[in-house]
Design a protein around this ligand. Structure first.
Ligand code: ADP
Length: 397
């Protein structure tokens, strides 16, 4: 049983085709610069990358090329699209409508359209991707897997902002949280490894976008992203948590429009804004190692912020059994993991430097005596999407 996973962005899309008999990846790839000059798609075949430059005016044409490539005899991947039983779509925002993945029908499409004002950069691309697949693969079931769904278990004391309550009831302004598919996947993996389903876990998804989640007995109870993915940690280009009064102050001082202010917070801040060097952690770490002070400062701010969340979430849950690191930085940077955990020995967190000297693979990195277990768990959102898609469609196919 083969499942196609699609993750549509505004001008790009990523895809994976998985054989769910053995959860093996058949192929993966991405399409870039959709609707922009220089568009191309890349498909991985038996460890080799094939890049094809072709005019891709919209997502529908882009997906048509992807489907053609999947059945192209020169790649030898599958012989017919009939082999694909279902398609799973990553959808960024499901608001309060979806606490788990869902089979997509007309009602769901209408709900996604209603969520667009909450995720204006993301949901429209997700909707276009679903419509394109419905048109190109009629009769094949589509499943929506939401970044927000896992966090729907949070209580009002976590998700309500201290604004006039009507801002929630009238405009749906509340904390939703994101990266839910990843936090759920890595926490379930830890529950498996430790053989317990009553664990108090803090999961740190640290990449370009970054968030921390408190998970008690498999349920998200708090998370650092909020109404949008801007809240919480310092990220590649996003400010994360700041004093909201800064916004009107700077708009006046710098004579900025709302769009320009949003642009500053989302695209010019974070470790890029502080370091002035790059949004990529590797560049900033290299600059810091050569003595660039603002790069060092950016990293110090980032690490302190992660530490604050981990420790405060332990207090929210009244205990801590495990910390998980995932995402590009969490999976690969031993130094960041070490420095984030440093100072938490009083809570029973102790890293073993030798075990921590690992990258990109599943590992337990805490010392033998550490009361709190610390893990590196590579995330796999596509596999999680494919599993949910299989679960919801297996009786239909
Ligand atoms: P996205 O949010 O775009 O999915 P990723 O999870 O792929 O991001 O993470 C990308 C980030 O991870 C980049 O900033 C990259 O520099 C960082 N990263 C990857 N490998 C390392 C490493 N060995 N050391 C430090 N940072 C790393």
């Amino acid at each position: 049983m083969k499942i196609l996973v699609i993750n549509c962005g505004s001008s790009s899309l990523k895809f994976q085709l998985l054989d769910m008999e053995n959860e093996k990846l058949i192929t993966s790839g991405l399409v870039e610069r959709i609707g922009i000059e220089g568009s191309c798609y890349l498909i991985n075949v038996a460890g080799e990358k094939h890049r094809v430059y072709v005019d891709l005016p919209d997502h529908s044409v882009a997906l048509k090329h992807v489907l053609d490539a999947l059945v192209d005899p020169q790649y030898g991947l599958i012989s017919s699209l009939d082999e694909i039983s279902a398609v799973g779509h990553r959808v960024v925002h499901g608001a309060e409508a979806y606490a788990s993945s869902v089979m997509i029908d007309d009602d769901v499409m209408n709900e996604l359209i209603k969520c667009t004002e909450l995720a204006p950069l993301h949901n429209p691309a997700n909707i276009i991707g679903i419509e394109a697949i419905q048109q190109l693969m009629p009769g094949v079931p589509n499943v929506g897997v939401f970044d927000t769904a896992f966090h729907q278990t949070m209580e009002p004391s976590s998700y309500i902002y201290a604004l006039p309550y009507e801002m929630y009831t009238k405009h749906r302004v509340r904390r939703y949280g994101f990266h839910g598919t990843s936090h759920k996947y890595v926490s379930e993996r830890v529950a498996d490894i430790m053989g317990r389903d009553d664990l108090k876990i803090v999961t740190c998804h640290l990449g370009n976008g970054a968030s921390v989640t408190a998970i008690d007995s498999g349920k998200s109870v708090d998370t650092s992203m909020g109404f949008t993915p801007l809240e919480g940690l310092v990220m590649g280009t996003r400010s994360g948590q700041i004093d909201p009064a800064i916004i009107s102050f700077l708009m006046e001082k710098e004579n900025l429009t709302i769009n320009e202010m949003n642009d500053m917070l989302n695209k010019k801040s974070g470790i890029l804004g502080v370091s002035g060097v790059s949004s990529d952690f590797r560049d900033v770490e290299a600059a810091a190692a050569e003595g660039h002070e603002r790069s060092q400062l950016a990293l110090d701010i980032f690490r302190r912020r992660v530490k604050r969340y981990v420790a405060s979430y332990a207090a929210v849950m009244g205990g801590l059994d495990a910390i998980v690191f995932t995402g590009g930085l969490g999976e690969n940077s031993a130094e960041d993991r070490k420095l984030i955990c440093d100072g938490m020995q009083f809570m029973g967190v102790e890293i073993d430097d030798e075990r921590n000297n690992t990258r990109g693979v599943e590992a337990e990195i805490s010392s033998e005596n550490s009361k709190v277990k610390v893990f590196v768990i590579p995330t796999n959102e596509e596999l999680a999407i494919a599993r949910d898609t299989l679960k919801l469609t297996k009786d239909l196919i």
